[in-house]
Design a protein around this ligand. Structure first.
Ligand code: GLU
Length: 304
């Protein structure tokens, strides 16, 4: 399969879409990004990498970080996490308060903000230095020690994060946050602020294509069964309230973020990361989703 030619063709085809959506501006520091940026990296399990566009440019991974925090919590706590968070798609916006009220403070899944806040709270139980340990986890997956938080983005989100503060307080009122709310929110904003490029993102998702084993050092991160479950969660809940359409069009488990990144896998084969900051109405990268749809269409590969 000539992945290089395929992603070059995809880049040409999505060029008219670049800049068509809207860059996330509810975190002021994110609003400065050039909406016309674009990059794709494909990393396969044989160690090949293919890139187009600005694949060395780091961007804010935002909600994609929820995959790493979930993987760390799941690897330590196993199925006990399901007592505090569900595994159904929400069909609601990622930062919605409504459902949480109706469902007694148990978030629908770990990828909506409420669920990710609960997972972040769990990290204080299992990690000695949660901030440093999350970074170390991602560095271990990519082999790239330059990966870091973006303090400006984290502070900007902290200063404007009223909805997340409301969610955290509400969860606390249901005893579903155990640690100090400020600390939980700060850790959450920190992990959302991590910057990576598509090359690093694709590399970091390879363990999910590889049955839970980090191909860099053969270290097992999740069991086969846990890997299946994390991929299933990405498929059903990884693209906000557009997860159904993402499965329909793209057909890969993946996770998007409001920074315009999307990382996805075809188990047993490859990981792919795209970045284009202009978002569609549901908060997913407009050109990014189109690029992934073209990728599975042109290669004939998907999980279906
Ligand atoms: N830190 C962002 C928030 O909680 C994450 C948004 C996202 O990428 O979905 O609003």
């Amino acid at each position: 399969m000539n992945y290089q030619q395929i992603i070059e063709d995809i880049y040409e085809e999505v060029k008219p879409l670049l800049g068509k959506g809207k860059v996330a501006d509810y975190i002021p520091a994110l609003a400065k990004v050039d909406p016309n940026e674009f990059a794709i990296t494909v990393a396969d399990l044989e160690g090949n990498k293919y890139h187009v566009g600005n694949f060395e440019q780091k961007f804010s991974i935002q909600s994609i970080s929820k995959v790493y925090t979930f993987a760390v919590a799941f690897s330590h706590l196993g199925d006990s996490i399901w007592q505090r968070v569900g595994r159904e798609p929400s069909g609601n916006p990622f930062n919605s308060l409504v459902q949480l009220e109706k469902e007694d403070g148990i978030p629908r899944n770990p990828f909506i903000n409420a669920g990710a806040l609960v997972i972040t709270d769990m990290l204080f139980d299992v990690l000695k230095e949660p901030r440093a340990d999350i970074l170390q986890f991602i560095i271990g997956l990519t082999g790239d020690s330059s990966i870091d938080f973006d303090k400006e983005v984290a502070t900007s989100e902290r200063e404007n994060g009223y909805r997340n503060a409301a969610l955290a307080n509400f969860l606390r009122s249901h005893n579903n946050i155990n640690y100090d709310i400020e600390e939980v929110l700060n850790l959450y904003f920190c992990h959302c602020s991590i910057t990576m490029n598509t090359n690093e993102l694709a590399n970091s998702f390879l363990f999910l294509a590889n049955g839970g084993v980090n191909p860099l050092n053969n270290e097992r991160i999740l069991s086969l069964s846990q890997t299946k479950r994390l991929n299933a969660l990405m498929m059903t809940c990884g693209a906000y309230d557009e997860a159904g359409d993402f499965a329909f069009r793209v057909g890969m488990p993946g996770k998007s973020g409001v920074g315009g990144g999307i990382a996805a896998v075809i188990p047993g084969e490859l990981a792919i990361a795209v970045w284009s900051p202009a978002l569609n109405a549901k908060g997913n990268s407009l050109a990014g989703v189109q690029a992934l749809e073209l990728f599975t269409t042109k290669t004939g590969k998907s999980v279906f």
